[in-house]
Design a binder for this molecule. Structure first.
Ligand code: DOR
Ligand code: ZN
Length: 429
């Protein structure tokens, strides 16, 4: 047996840190074994002191924009941000301009993504405009993203979407509309009032009710309240096939950050109280949630600095800092090492992708990180076009040094070593 590449050193494998050697051939991991037992290899990389190898991370909720919003982000800058964050599979949302809810737009998006991407990618489709297109859409999209304004369409679509991944943004649009209309001139301080926890809880309840006794694979994204997590856990106990994710901003930041950073920290759903954030952090620590996702949502800084509440678009970038923050939390003893699975193995399993673990048969996606040295997060250095972050100024103790994508050196010291289009489309299951 021969390998193209063997990487030897300390690694995160099966939830533990071990000394091992990962052999990759034809883009796939062929063995994870004692270094003395590895096959002959074209190239052998030995990790240095303080270095650790991890599987490529999987971010199941990102916004690469492009199309008519390429000024905010495009598939090249967005996926360079992914590489810098050790992410080798991104799953992109359909709320583009134009919105992706038809086969024609989905196909166009696939071509744009294919031509520019630096990492592997999968695409969600929005609630399809024409249900007759669904069989063809399923060949391209790994799942469907249902936004609050499309909840009403869900019951009619269910019979076409059995067995498919359906990702839900849980915020009840009627509650939000009512709260918004009660305030004449909202300020950023009103963001949480306009999008209250109740909107999320009611949406979770409504969707769980629609899905009850159906053969669906539901996934609730960016949860912010302990009540929604409990309702989802309770449905899981009843045998439903449901998963959910939490972002790091909802687990580590609270609304006082928004009071300081104003529109820069405006995000949907909003940052909530310290108690809510602590609950999300505990949900992550305890494995009550299935995944961590960044909701990388780039906008122009000038848009984020607008005075008028309604004119500030929600969201901020996250891709390049998620892994360093998770590792720092682990090093500080604030998260258990197994949390790494929530940003790699678990989302890969939810998506049905052959990624996210250092194990034979998986794609040869390996991230080499250096641990220990402190860095200050400086958003002005982001590869993303959105060069701001509510995590700006945070100290992290981990740095992505190298990323291998299916055995190919894709990034070294922050610089891409591959060209546009190297990433592959992952259709999902
Ligand atoms: O904050 C958000 N930004 N939440 C969303 O649901 C959409 C996203 C975006 O696309 O900017
Ligand atoms: Zn999003």
């Amino acid at each position: 047996m021969r390998a193209d590449l063997v990487i030897e050193g300390r690694a995160y494998v099966g939830g533990r840190l071990i000394e091992t050697a990962v052999a990759i051939n034809d883009g796939l991991i062929i063995s994870v074994s004692n270094p003395a037992l590895t096959p002959e290899a074209e190239e052998r990389v030995v990790l240095g002191l303080g270095q650790l190898m991890l599987p490529g991370m999987v971010d199941m909720h990102v916004h690469m924009r492009d199309f008519n919003q390429a000024h905010k982000e495009d598939w090249y800058t967005g996926t360079l941000a992914a590489l810098r964050g050790g992410v080798t599979l991104v799953v992109d949302m359909p709320n583009n301009d134009p919105f992706v809810d038809s086969l024609a737009v989905l196909r166009e998006k696939l071509e744009i993504a294919r031509s520019k991407t630096l990492v592997d990618f999968a695409l969600y489709c929005g609630a399809p405009r024409n249900p007759h297109e669904i069989p063809e859409i399923k060949k391209i999209a790994c799942g469907f993203k249902i936004y609050p304004e499309d909840y009403d369409k869900l019951p009619g679509l269910l019979k076409y979407l059995e067995e498919n991944l359906i990702v839900i943004h849980p915020e009840d649009p009627e509650i939000i509309a009512r709260e918004r209309s009660a305030i004449v001139r909202p300020r950023i301080e009103d963001h949480c009032k306009i999008r209250p926890k109740l909107a999320e809880i009611k949406a979770v309840e409504r969707i769980l009710e629609i899905a009850r006794n159906k053969r669906l694979r539901l996934h609730f994204t960016h949860l912010t309240t302990n009540d929604s997590i409990l309702r989802i856990a309770s449905s899981k106990l009843c045998g439903a096939s449901i998963s959910c994710d939490v972002t790091l901003h909802h687990a580590l930041l609270s609304s006082d950050v928004m009071m300081m950073l104003r529109g820069v920290a405006k995000v949907n759903p909003p940052l909530r109280s310290k108690g809510d954030a602590e609950a999300m952090l505990n949900a992550v620590r305890s494995g009550l949630v299935d995944a961590i996702a960044s909701d990388h949502a780039p906008h122009l800084l000038e848009e984020k600095l607008r005075e008028d509440y309604d004119e500030v678009p929600p969201g901020f970038p996250g891709l390049e800092i998620y892994l360093p923050i998770i590792l720092t939390q682990i090093l500080n003893g604030d998260m258990p090492p197994r949390v790494l699975d929530l940003y790699s193995r678990r989302p890969a399993e939810i998506l049905g992708a052959r990624k996210g673990s250092l194990a034979p048969g998986m794609d040869g996606d390996v991230v080499i990180v250096e641990l220990g040295k402190e860095h200050v997060i400086d958003p002005s250095e982001f590869a993303s076009k959105a060069k701001y972050s509510p995590f700006g100024g945070w100290i992290v103790k981990a740095e992505v040094k190298r990323v291998y994508l299916r055995g190919i050196l894709a990034l070294e010291d922050g610089e891409p070593r591959v060209g546009m289009g190297v990433g592959r489309h992952v259709a999902g299951s």
